[in-house]
Write a protein that binds this ligand. Structure first.
Ligand SMILES: CC[C@H](C(=O)O)C(=O)SCCNC(=O)CCNC(=O)[C@H](O)C(C)(C)COP(=O)(O)OP(=O)(O)OC[C@H]1O[C@@H](n2cnc3c(N)ncnc32)[C@H](O)[C@@H]1OP(=O)(O)O
Length: 254
């Protein structure tokens, strides 16, 4: 299975389970994340949704280039990008707290998934970054829009996007993208992080989160995410993008 879904003690954990591809996202992973979100929406006893990756090397390496490189045109790209953007919008606007448990490298769309979550806990060895720029595209699943909403100083958020590189966990903590940097097991880090929150009635969490969600609805967050998707789809068609993807895939085959 390309993903794992677990519900234990009020915590639903969605694990991207494609270590051999550094947990790259394909359609099966997208459908699995949608399944996890639907499960949370339909089960009132769920208190937290955790997103993580299998293994210790990678949280998620973004879109599966070996699959999505076949998308040639703006319209073809828009179809895939908007599918995942809609799923991440539902993730970002879930009433329960969402936690990205970053067990390893989170790049490209992987960084977008983590940014769509309320909290980001990073293993000390992990790196994360919006590397889409190295492929001559922008973020395309809404992650750029969410980043500007996460309260980072504007200059730090913009630099993260335009640098298009993976940063160390400590740097990401210092600029305010990561909330915690942990040593040891991710399970232990999660248990420690939610210890206090677990003592509070879930209706309080949902009421506080609704303050932010109400602001997002009033400020047309969804429309802004879809503008980001259209921009990425337009850039997708460029020769520079297709050459960059082919270069990665060729390197991988050596
Ligand atoms: C809007 C989102 C947007 C989109 O695609 O829609 C994006 O996400 S754009 C960004 C796409 N992602 C990338 O460009 C990252 C590519 N991967 C890497 O840079 C590295 O693999 C890294 C840093 C994640 C890990 O490096 P490491 O040296 O540990 O591993 P390898 O590079 O040797 O990779 C091992 C194995 O996994 C395959 N792989 C890794 N990432 C992807 C990917 N995103 N898509 C497809 N396949 C991927 C890599 O080809 C290797 O396969 P192998 O068959 O063993 O050669």
């Amino acid at each position: 299975m390309a993903y794992l879904l677990e519900h234990k003690d009020g915590i639903v954990t969605f694990t991207i389970n494609r270590e051999e591809k550094r947990n790259a996202v394909n359609d099966e992973v997208m459908d699995g994340l949608q399944e996890a979100i639907t499960y949370v929406e339909q089960n009132n006893d769920v208190r937290f949704l955790v997103v993580t990756g299998a293994g210790e090397k990678s949280f998620c390496s973004g879109g599966d280039l070996s699959v999505f490189h076949a998308l040639e045109t703006e319209d073809e790209a828009f179809g895939m990008l908007s599918k995942m953007a809609n799923i991440l919008y539902k993730l970002a606007t879930l009433p329960v707290p969402t936690i990205a448990l970053i067990n390893g490298t989170a790049v490209g769309g992987g960084c977008e998934i983590a940014t769509a979550c309320d909290f980001r806990l990073m293993a000390s060895h992990a790196k994360a970054g919006f590397i889409q720029g190295t492929l001559a595209i922008t973020s395309g699943w809404g992650g750029g829009t969410y980043l500007f909403e996460r309260g980072l100083r504007h200059d730090r958020a913009l630099k993260m996007l335009v640098d298009a590189k993976a940063y160390d966990a400590q740097v990401l903590y210092d600029i305010g993208w990561a909330m915690r940097v942990f040593e040891g097991t991710k399970r232990g880090a999660l248990a420690d992080f939610i210890e206090d929150m677990r003592k509070i009635h879930p209706s309080v969490h949902q009421a506080y989160k609704e303050i932010e969600l109400r602001k997002w609805r009033e400020r047309n967050m969804y429309e802004r995410v879809m503008e980001e998707v259209r921009t990425c789809a337009r850039l997708w068609e460029s020769e520079a993008h297709h050459q960059a993807v082919n270069s990665f895939l060729t390197k991988s085959k050596k």
